[in-house]
Write a protein that binds this ligand. Sequence first.
Ligand code: NAP
Ligand code: MN
Length: 267
Amino acid sequence: MAERRNRIYFFHKHDEELLQQVQSLTTLAQQNDFVVVNDYRSANIIVSIGDDGSFLQAVRQTGFRDDCLYAAISTLSSRGFYCDFHIDDTDHMVQAIMNEQMEVRRYPIIEVKINDTASFFCLNECSIRSGIIKTFVMDVFIDNLHFETFRGDGMIVATPTGSTAYNKSINGAVVDPLLPCFQVSELASLNNNRYRTLGSSFILSGQRKLTLKISPEGNHYPIIGMDNEALSIQHVEKVEIKLSDRLIKTVRLKDNSFWEKVKRTFL
Ligand code: NAP
Ligand code: MN
């Protein structure tokens, strides 16, 4: 028999006001036969309390677990993209649990390998940006094909759920998270007789690998971002990105599909 998911870990900032709200959520959880644990490693449900940025941190700091169900409770006025619940709407949470209005959705994530050694996951995107006033150069490979030589500010490689974040601000397409793929978008590419890039965003299948080889020309290395965290490795020469075999499972309310969220947020 499948193990019942009832061990909850609450991930949140430790400010006064929030702590009180977490206390009431803990009581509510206990009244509904959940065990609230203090160590995320012993949890099988991880709930972030805050905004979408907090959810990204919750998933990152708990190691992108695929044996856990993630959920997010918003403390902002609107629910955002990763938050299905609102902190003031506890009735809705209990109702959802009781009436089984929840489904599990699975979000694709990307895996980023740096300099042939360390690997990292991203739920929104991996961003590669010039750290100085000047542009930087990189060779872009799709599988083994040398596709283009990029010179400019950088590139954003986004997951489907990340497509509504940074990727959207630079005119990338919004991608349905049911599609196992990832999207590559340019940040201010130079296009002239010496440098030529595709210019538009492109979407790669989950079977492909994107490789970026950064030219150490002038010793300027770009800044690498993984969701809302900067990578601490400084001299990055090679970045390989592919879709991970792993998926992040989140609870989803039946009336809160991805396209409902897109409509609610942008239209
Ligand atoms: P932030 O600077 O507060 O985030 C910017 C905004 O993006 C916030 O309103 C955030 O929502 C929202 N957001 C985060 N993930 C989203 C998603 N998947 N779909 C739609 N909106 C999303 O920093 P943060 O809250 O830590 O979020 C980090 C993310 O910010 C990065 O992963 C990147 O995607 C994005 N970002 C965007 C730009 C840009 O558009 N120019 C630049 C840098 C970073 P909440 O307020 O609910 O957190
Ligand atoms: Mn935020």
